[in-house]
Structure formats: C-alpha cells, structure tokens
Design a binder for this molecule. Structure first.
Ligand code: NCD
Length: 306
C-alpha cells in the first residue's frame, strides 16, 4: 500500500484485494462483539476535513475512525472566505502543527487532496475531489458487488447517468477494471466526458439494450449543482430514457443487483420501487462503507494488529 489514497490508481490489483479482504476480516472480528470497537488506532489522530457537503461519507469516515479507537477531529471548512488555495494550505499547516496522522479530505476542487499530500506528513485519504475521484466509494462498491455476487472478475457492470460530473464513476471505472470487471457506461452524449473513448469501457446510449446483459446496474445521481448549462431537455425526458423504473428492472438477469452511491433523486434516475426492491444494495453500500473505510485507515495508518 502507498502512503496516501488519492485516487484508485494508487491501488494495484493486490492492494485493492487486500483492502477488500481486510474489510471482510474487520467485519468478522466485529460480528460477535457487543462493543463494536477495535483498539487498533488508539493514540492516533484522524482529521476529517470537509470543504464540500456530505452526509454519508463524512459520517462513515467518522464512525470508521472511532470504531478503530482513533481520536477524531471534524473540521467543516464550509463558508470560509479565504480563497481556496490559501485556505487549504493554511489548514494543512494547522493540521501539521497538531500532528494529524491521517487526513480525510473532501473538496470541490479536483486535485485538492494531491496538493494537501505535498504539505503534510500524515496520510491523506481522498473523500471526493470535485469531479475527479472518490476512491473509498469505489472500494465499498466493489466490496458490495463481491459480497452479493461472490466475484468481481468478469462481472458486467453498467454505470448509468451523469458520468460527466461523477467522481464515483471515474473511481469505479478504474477500480472495477483493475479487479477484472467489464464496465459499460450508459449516458446521453452530453453527460459523457471528453476523451471517454480512451477509457477501458464500452459506451452505450441505449439503456434498454444494456440491461438484459448486466450483472450490476450502478445508477448515478444527476448532479444539478455541477451543471452550468442544459445537458438534457427536461427531467421527464431524462427519466424516460435513462431512469431505472420497475419495467426496466424486470429485464435484468435474475441475480442482478442495483446500486446507487446516494444521495438519490428518487423518481428521476431511479424509481422508488427500484430503490426499495430486494435487488437494491443501496442500504448495504452505506453499511459496507464504514467497514471499508476502517480497512483503509487501518492499512494506511499502520495500526499494530491486536
Ligand atoms: C457521491 C459524491 O459525493 O460524490 N456521494 C457519496 O459520496 N455517497 C455521489 C453524489 O454526490 O452523487
């Protein structure tokens, strides 16, 4: 394992498998316990540095660090009037002075965690940077797929929707292909990034054609807050062509699962009946997120085994 987890390219196949296996071990170690806590990172300090909104990722990292007995500081930088570059550097120096062993950072600027990693001694974990990457989301998604389907090699994954603005999609494409899955991106042409033809994926504009051959359908949120122009005619039209409803779900192979990183736009990219169906792993993904982040913090901060 490298010192930082800034993007999924920091993980080769062996590293990624190690994270998933460690996650399984942690879940096993905690399963029988009344007190869901391991002493592994006692005396270490983890700082959660969130410059951008978050519900599950932030709570998940906090819980993960606490379940490893680390001291946790939550720093919400939202509303700072200092320009981004300066505020990030000043914050980094402050954290450095306080001796943070691990820094978990979410920032609206792509590349912010990379800059931070140059300024601090501790390990930096990217919790989402702009439209760039969200590596722990990809790890928890891979873990969830392996848990439900028993394998990742050869699994056919359709990633559907707003790929253009999605760091979840970028990280998943990288990690899933590293682990041997076959990824198809399904989106309107306007929501696909420039240069997508160089990605190790198949691209389709036709959801109905892809679904019968998918083991996993990963729906992406339409990220209206990152849209400065009109990318599709209307929400209704988007939903009609790229939304996953009950009728579409019915053509999936029997064991296929439906994923979504959250937060969902129910009724837009995913219908409520799909989100709440037995095929949906959305709640499991959140639960697995805590264990996966425990594994990442454990492996990066080098806690001694119990
Ligand atoms: C994602 C994110 O913030 O990148 N959410 C998450 O971390 N679970 C996806 C999104 O915002 O749509």
């Amino acid at each position: 394992m490298r010192k930082h987890l800034l993007e999924v390219a920091d993980l080769d196949r062996a590293d990624a498998t190690l994270v998933l296996d460690t996650t399984a071990q942690i879940e096993q170690a905690l399963a029988g316990r009344e007190v869901k806590k391991l002493p592994t990172l006692r005396g270490r300090t983890v700082v959660n540095l969130f410059f951008e909104d978050s519900t599950r990722t932030r709570i998940s990292f906090e819980l993960a660090a606490k379940r490893l007995s680390a001291d946790v500081i939550n720093f919400s930088a939202k509303g700072s009037s200092v320009s981004k570059g300066e505020s990030l550097k000043d914050t980094a120096l402050t954290l450095e002075a306080m001796g943070a062993d691990g820094i978990v950072v979410r920032h609206s600027a792509s590349g912010a965690p990379h800059r931070l990693a140059q300024w601090v001694q501790g390990s930096v974990v990217n919790a989402g940077d702009g439209t760039h990457e969200h590596p722990t989301q990809a790890l928890l998604d891979a873990y969830t797929i392996r848990q439900r389907l028993g394998r990742l090699d050869g699994v056919r994954v359709a990633v559907v929707g707003d790929v253009l603005h999605s760091r979840v999609a970028r990280s998943n494409v990288g990690l899933l292909t590293t682990l041997g899955a076959e990824v198809t991106l399904v989106a309107p042409p306007t929501l696909l990034p420039v240069g997508v033809e160089t990605w190790p994926v198949t691209v389709s504009y036709d959801l109905d054609a892809v679904l019968p051959k998918a083991d996993v359908v990963m729906m992406l949120r339409v990220q209206a807050e990152r849209m400065n122009a009109s990318f599709f005619p209307s929400a209704r039209e988007y939903s009609r062509r790229y939304g996953l409803d009950g009728r579409r779900m019915a053509v999936l192979p029997d064991d296929a699962i439906v994923m979504h990183p959250g937060p969902m736009n129910r009724g837009m990219e995913i219908a409520a009946e799909v989100a709440d169906s037995p095929r949906s792993t959305i709640v499991a993904q959140v639960g697995n997120g805590v264990s996966v982040r425990m594994a990442v913090l454990y492996l990066l901060l080098g806690g001694a085994p119990e």
